[in-house]
Write a protein that binds this ligand. Structure first.
Ligand code: CAA
Length: 379
């Protein structure tokens, strides 16, 4: 075993940390309050190569490993989870999915601009009546010979209004159940494709979450990813890696709140000394530090397995299940340590607490992660 990072991994972590402090932190409270998408910041992250971190250089990416991706996600999420979810979805759901399963033409046309950060991608699986129960897709993609006719609604789509390229799961042959689902590449601006209003969310308010409506959208056959009926397997295998991204986001939210709590505890005076001298505070910090370290190791292990081409579905589900709970618990305690200051926006921890909740919901709720884990346990 080797717990040391390479020089390249340390460099990319440093770059992400700098970016988070210098570029994300200044406007983060305002973006959260006014639900502003961090468009300028995402453009810069693209220029730094963060939108296609793990994509091969030949397809416009940075050719880095998944461990580096975890390090970047942690650093960005310490400050701005609304920005880091864009990085996560673009990298591990959209770019990874296209690189692993797309045709050469699809890679040239769609992957390269996404990995370079010139365009943003979205992953469209959830529907009004198909969230956790993802096989129950109601969106249809009827085979019309040279194209599919796409009809239906997708819900809670991250990057909904800022994306240009959408990977849409839809049912072509209902008699085949999940084996009749296809994954289609849909372009913004295709006739019949409309974007619903932005969701007014509790957390990650800067991220751009919308429902999408498709009415007789003609999607060319060459935009199908993989063989006919591969769509559900595409979604499931892609989500295995996506969950490493969200686990690392949860880790970052937790460690961001923890760092603020440590700093505050060293500065805030009560009863004639800093509150860091109080055992009640020390024990909270000790619990937070221990749980965060465990979550970090789980994220890194899942990433390591993926980098070594070993099965990582169970490890990514465990990392997401655990890290998202650590994010909730740690942010609640960080607000508590801050007392009244923790309840006001200027101190950041209340936002981190609101942002933490979504990590227990998207890319598979905690209950779904338990299904994935227990099925492996009982195999
Ligand atoms: N890899 C490959 N195939 C898989 C798989 C995996 N990890 N998991 C399941 N499958 C396959 C199964 O083998 C099965 O295929 P066969 O019939 O050929 O064997 C098929 O998928 C259906 O699986 P199940 O029979 O297990 O179906 P189920 O309904 O009992 O359970 C589930 C499936 C695991 C609960 C699944 O529906 C699931 O993961 N649900 C959660 C969906 C989710 O994570 N949504 C997130 C939305 S995306 C998002 O949030 C992005 C964002 O914007 C941030």
């Amino acid at each position: 075993m080797n717990f040391e990072f390479t020089e390249e991994q340390l460099m990319v972590r440093h770059a992400a940390r700098d970016f988070a402090q210098n570029e994300l932190k200044p406007g983060v409270i305002d973006r959260d309050e006014h639900q502003k998408f961090p468009a300028e910041q995402i453009k810069k992250l693209g220029e730094l190569g963060f939108m296609g971190l793990m994509t091969a250089e030949q397809y416009g990416g940075s050719s880095m490993d998944t461990v580096s991706y975890v390090l970047v996600m942690e650093e960005l999420s310490k400050v701005d989870a609304s920005a880091s979810v864009v990085i996560s979805v673009n990298n591990s759901l959209v770019c990874y999915g296209l690189e692993k399963y797309g045709t050469e033409e699809q890679k040239q046309k769609y992957l390269i601009p996404l990995a370079k950060g010139e365009k943003i991608g979205a992953f469209c699986l959830s529907e009004p009546e198909a969230g956790s129960d993802a096989t129950s897709q109601r969106t249809t993609a009827i085979d019309m010979g040279d194209h599919y006719l796409l009809n239906g609604t997708k819900n809670w789509i991250t990057n909904g209004n800022s994306a240009s390229t959408y990977l849409v799961m839809a049912q072509t042959d209902a008699s085949k159940k999940h084996h009749g689902i296809n994954a289609l590449i849909v372009e913004r601006g295709m006739e019949g494709f409309t974007i619903g209003p932005k969701e007014n969310k509790m957390g990650i308010r800067g991220s751009d979450t919308h429902s999408l409506m498709f009415t007789d959208v003609k999607v060319p056959k060459e935009n199908r990813i993989g063989e006919e009926g591969f769509g559900f397997t595409f979604a499931m295998t892609t989500l295995e890696g996506g969950r490493i991204g969200i686990a690392s986001q949860a880790l970052g939210i937790a460690s961001g709140a923890y760092e603020l709590a440590v700093q505050y505890a060293k500065e805030r005076k009560a009863f004639g000394k800093t509150i860091a001298n109080l055992q009640s505070i020390q024990f909270k910090l000790a619990d937070m530090a221990t749980e965060i370290e465990a979550a970090r190791l789980m994220c890194l292990k899942a990433a390591w397995l993926k980098d070594h081409h070993l099965p990582y579905g169970q490890a990514s589900a465990m990392a997401k299940l655990f890290a998202s709970k650590v994010a909730m618990d740690t942010t609640i305690e960080a607000v508590q340590i801050h007392g009244g200051y923790g309840f006001v926006k200027e101190f950041h921890v209340e936002r981190l607490m609101r942002d933490a909740k979504i990590t227990q919901i998207y890319e598979g709720t905690s209950e779904i992660q338990k299904i994935v884990i227990s099925r492996e346990v009982l195999k």
